[in-house]
Design a protein around this ligand. Structure first.
Ligand code: IMP
Length: 178
């Protein structure tokens, strides 16, 4: 892994493909144990979660279903503070054990929006799985049930995460080189 340039910024290697896969396995193993005998519905939060979602689900050995919502809050390397719902939930979650799958929890605004979207839809349970978590940036109090890797409050890129739409296809994670 080398330093890369995406648009006008330089990024350095941060989490290798191997370490990412270990983190994904760790989360999958916990979910497989916690949901034994259940049939969870995994809801992926697009766009950022698509790679994590795909790798995670390949390691889930439970009978399960999937769905997606699409939310957006970032512009460049900063959050706008406002989370827009671009595609909503198009199915009933009543009586279901829901696992929301996020790429990264930063301020927690997206999480709050998701809870708002799912509230009163009578899910049996709702848990959150995220690949990355920035504890120093988190401003909410919702519990985050499954965390792949805790990271410092820095801007990261790759494995689904973007800078202005670019870099999502990278198979490992890079951090802003400042
Ligand atoms: P939150 O709403 O502030 O928790 O941010 C969640 C969303 O912001 C994530 O789903 C990402 O799409 C985006 N985001 C947060 N931090 C980063 C980052 O370091 N790189 C790329 N996108 C990020």
């Amino acid at each position: 892994m080398n330093i890369i340039t995406v648009k006008d910024k330089s990024f350095k290697p941060f989490i290798s493909e191997e370490n990412l896969q270990e983190a994904v396995q760790k989360v999958a193993n916990k979910i497989n144990i916690d949901y034994q005998g259940k049939e969870p519905l995994f809801i992926g939060v697009l766009n950022g979660s698509f790679m994590f979602f795909s790798d995670l689900l390949k390691s889930i050995n439970l009978s399960s279903t999937v769905s997606f919502v699409k939310l957006s809050s970032y512009q460049g390397i900063e959050t706008t503070g406002q989370v827009n719902e671009l595609i909503g939930l198009d199915e009933s979650i009543e009586g279901k054990d829901v696992v929301v799958v996020e790429d990264i929890v930063d301020t927690g605004n997206t999480l709050e929006k998701i809870y708002g979207m799912l509230a009163e839809k009578k899910a049996k349970s709702i848990k959150i799985a995220t690949l990355l978590y920035k504890p120093e940036a988190y401003k909410k109090s919702f519990s985050i049930d499954y965390v792949g890797v805790e990271i410092p409050n820095a801007f990261v890129l790759g494995y689904g995460l973007d800078y202005d739409g670019l870099g999502r296809n990278l198979s490992s994670i890079y951090v802003l080189n400042d």
